[in-house]
Design a protein around this ligand. Structure first.
Ligand code: TYM
Length: 330
């Protein structure tokens, strides 16, 4: 039997946080052993909010080097840049004709992001449709992402179902694959909010490329509470978040993390959390800096990835064009 297809993407919109790492990126490498994986750098999604062109180019290559530093292997997976495979946009357009504006208006991530923009661009509203196209083009069954993407995956299933029933069976319906622990890493400063690099307060997030001292400082300043007892409870969201982060980095359950810290104080918790993050991230940072220097090697990887992705994408698009009623081009 053919291996199932795994698909995921990350926006090259600046440095990634440990939220991105725990929720998505850290889970990518081991999936390569069991599935056929495609990992995309979604630059077309990134431009749904304003970008500086030179920075976007730099961030795209940074993210490619980071993928590799985290163990993605171009021999095992297809690693590519979204804008190199125009089929995403072609399918995205067709899917746009099958989804209501009302449904897009109800996407919580859209509402959050739209609030922060002076002018809301149509691309931001249509963002989830392009994401659906990314996934459906490759007939992916599983999508490893954080909890914040669940609604987008549900929309993707909805669109696929609509297409399948309107025309005929065409798309595989994908399932979300969220990690057991850390599917929603919270801000270190406001643990009721998701950790995000767009947070105004840099102490709220840790970047994958933050140095050891910065990580220690940010964790030591993390907001906790006045209870002084370590429990895993929604009443202590700051402590709970630290336990989740620890569990994710140690690859244990939240319950095991709690047992480990039972009877210890917050200072000890913070110290161990920081050291656990540093132990995992520092070899990744080292590999990142090395890989990032070899522009030619990076170019060879993304060119090869685009070719392999295009070949698969064209297969689906050809079917879709025929079903929709376009005169064949391929
Ligand atoms: P993006 O670039 O915003 O985030 C990348 C991944 O990081 C996860 N994530 C988190 N996980 C846990 N806790 C957090 N605080 C946290 N913050 C971010 C996200 O869930 C995501 O998995 N729309 C996607 C990119 C995308 C995509 C796709 C993903 C475009 N096309 C196709 C999968 C399949 C996004 O904006 O991710």
């Amino acid at each position: 039997m053919d291996k199932k297809i795994v698909y995921s993407g990350i926006q090259p919109s600046g440095s990634l946080t440990i939220g991105n790492y725990i929720g998505a990126l850290s889970n990518f490498a081991e999936l390569q052993e069991e599935y056929n994986c495609l990992y995309c750098i979604v630059d077309m999604h990134a431009i749904t909010v304003p970008q500086v062109p030179a920075t976007l180019r730099k961030n795209t290559l940074d993210l490619l080097a980071l993928y590799l530093a985290c163990g993605l292997d171009p021999e095992k997976s297809i690693i590519y840049i979204q804008s190199h495979v125009p089929e995403h946009v072609e399918l995205g357009w067709i899917l746009n004709t099958m989804v209501g504006v009302g449904q897009l208006n109800r996407m919580t991530q859209y509402k959050d992001k739209a609030q922060k923009q002076k002018e809301v661009l149509a691309g931001l509203l249509n963002y989830p449709v392009l994401m659906a196209a990314d996934i459906l083009l490759y007939q992916a069954s599983l999508v490893p992402v954080g909890e914040d993407q669940r609604q987008h995956i549900e929309l993707t299933r909805d669109i696929a179902q609509r297409f399948n029933s309107h025309y005929s069976e065409t798309f595989t319906l994908p399932d979300i694959m969220a990690p057991k622990v850390g599917a929603r890493v919270m801000s270190l400063q406001e643990p009721s909010k998701k950790m995000s690099k767009s947070d105004d307060n840099a102490n709220g997030f840790i970047l994958i490329l933050d140095d050891a001292d910065t990580i220690r400082r940010k964790i030591s300043r993390a907001v906790t509470d006045s209870e002084g007892v370590i429990r895993y409870s929604d009443e202590q969201p700051g402590v709970k978040n630290l336990l989740d982060i620890y569990a994710a980095f140690e690859k244990i359950t939240a319950q095991e993390a709690l047992q480990h810290f039972e009877g210890k104080n917050y200072a000890a918790l913070k110290e161990e959390v920081a050291e656990s993050i540093i132990a995992e991230l520092s070899p990744i940072q080292e590999r990142f800096h090395e890989l990032r220097q070899d522009k030619e090697a990076l170019e060879a990887i993304y060119k090869d990835g685009a070719q392999r992705a295009s070949a698969l994408a064209r297969k689906t698009l050809r079917k879709v064009y025929r079903k929709v009623g376009f005169v064949g081009r391929y």
